[in-house]
Design a protein around this ligand. Sequence first.
Ligand code: ATP
Ligand code: MG
Length: 263
Amino acid sequence: MLEIEGLTKTFMRGGLLRKSAPVTALRDVSLTVAKGESFGLVGESGSGKSTLARCILRLDQPTSGRILFEGQDMARLSPAAMRRLRARIQVVWQDPYASLNPRMSVHDIVTEPLVVHRAAIGLDSRGRTERAARILAQVGLGPQHLHRYPHEFSGGQRQRIGIARALVTEPALLLLDEPTSALDVSVQAQVLNLLVDLQARLGLTYFFISHDLSVIRYICDRVALLHRGELVEQGPTDTIFDAPRHEVTRTLLAAMPEVVVPD
Ligand SMILES: Nc1ncnc2c1ncn2[C@@H]1O[C@H](COP(=O)(O)OP(=O)(O)OP(=O)(O)O)[C@@H](O)[C@H]1O
Ligand SMILES: [Mg+2]
């Protein structure tokens, strides 16, 4: 479904007058995510995880390398083909406080991607509202919430709204960049269970970013480890956890807290 080949991303830093060394956030990263699986990406802060997500979403342009989605090189698509494809890749960001516009109602937040992608999805205003209500129900929120605003919700509920917004275009691939790490531990478990449930129900493919190995172990079939922009290890989750080959993986495992995920 998603193939990343030799991806490198270098940021040029510094202003007009002062030059500073460029930062290579990703160096020659290659990985493949299969349809229907949960692929985990782990790594310490600054290792390049979000940069990889932003490259997949075309919010950052790769310096070199290719990203193929369903066999198509994303850099070579026409703008119209790109817009159609972008409706099929959605994202849930870490912070449900920062990522929901406080001035928009839940209705407007959740239907916004349908407006952006209306050429590809083709729902009228009433159809969009119906779709939003249906998706909200799937994340455990009733239609009475449609006309409320983000500040009226708890952190966990806000992240459910963020998930609803990501699912409303019926994407094939969902990028989840630390979707639960801003939440209380008890709420984290509920949201993780919801994500597991939604994946099974909707046949989604997950690209799940976390620095929390217990979360990755709970969610992911396969996992890759980024270290300073390079992929140092990847394989089935059980293999990586039982027999880590790279020193960085061992260090991360040693620092892993007690697993707090419920059944
Ligand atoms: N727009 C940018 N301009 C310059 N440097 C950047 C930019 N975005 C990211 N970087 C740098 O790229 C590196 C990787 O950052 P990135 O945000 O991808 O890490 P991360 O693994 O997501 O970290 P975290 O776990 O803290 O979210 C860092 O050194 C960061 O400072
Ligand atoms: Mg990040």
